[in-house]
Design a protein around this ligand. Structure first.
Ligand code: PGA
Length: 264
């Protein structure tokens, strides 16, 4: 069975106390036993304030990871409200989301800013999860792949292949295809459409950085227990970036369980 990346983007949910309770439940009993024998990578992306309790509670060097939802592209300075990649690392994150659609649409992250954040993340030794996706109007106008290509190439503009240092255990970068119209709407992309977009993105990554380079490609946008098996069994979908359904341990792990049952 292929390795599955089960990544939970908590957005602006989970007080530090709630994050602790989530981790206690996640790590309790059977889940821990079950997953230590499975090929799985679980990452949680809490709001900044709740990263420390999560990073402290997740066992080090395990298949559990902590990440931030964003990070700024400068080292330090007069950037009120911003958090640097060094800060994120020091509090125990291995991963960082870059270019999430809510950062782009609400906080004004342009393709150029996304590219600078991505560069800063790899330079600082964090594993970026580069998010990208089309709007409904773009999909209906038949522009999906053109838009994905534009976003990806812009983000990779200043990055060289040797900066993306993955190991056999940990990739140097992950891609997360998240159609904007599917995020938080309950309406996921059709499995075949998600597969097409993820395959396109993987191929573009190889074209840009070299045939020998590969990176996991996740799908995100209304992933839940009921659609997990179909989406995760697609050839070019290596995992899921999950918002709403990652807020409860049961529905989060249920996504993996439903895939596993169908693949076993
Ligand atoms: P959703 O969010 O699962 O609630 O659609 C996904 C995301 O924004 O990463």
């Amino acid at each position: 069975m292929k390795k599955i990346y089960l990544y939970g983007n908590w957005k602006m949910h989970m007080l530090p106390s709630e994050a602790e309770a989530f981790c206690s439940e996640l790590l309790s009993g059977t889940a821990e036993e079950l997953y230590s024998t499975r090929s799985i990578d679980i990452a949680l992306f809490p709001p900044y304030i709740s990263i420390t309790p999560v990073a402290r509670m997740l066992p080090e060097n395990s298949f559990y990871k902590a990440g931030a939802q964003d990070g700024w592209f400068e080292d330090r300075g007069a950037f009120t409200g911003a958090v640097s990649m060094d800060m994120i690392r020091e509090i125990g994150c291995t991963h960082v989301l870059v270019g999430h659609s809510e950062r782009r649409s609400i906080f004004g992250d342009t393709d150029e800013i996304v590219g600078r954040k991505l560069k800063q993340a790899v330079q600082k030794g964090l594993i970026p999860v580069l998010c990208f996706g089309e709007t409904l109007e773009q999909r209906e106008a038949g522009q999906t792949l053109a838009i994905l290509g534009k976003q990806l190439l812009a983000a990779w503009k200043d990055i060289e292949a040797d900066e993306i240092k993955g190991t056999s255990e940990l990739p140097g970068i992950l891609l997360a295809y998240e159609p904007v119209w599917a995020i938080g709407t309950g309406r996921n992309a059709k499995a075949a459409d998600a597969q097409e977009a993820c395959a396109f993105s993987r191929n573009l990554f190889k074209e840009r950085f070299g045939e020998h380079m590969d990176c996991p490609v996740l799908y995100g946008g209304s992933v839940k227990e009921s659609n997990a098996a179909e989406l995760l069994s697609q050839q070019d979908i290596d995992g899921a970036l999950i918002g709403g359904a990652s807020l409860k341990v049961g529905s989060f792990l249920g996504i993996y369980e439903n895939y596993r049952k169908s693949a076993d």
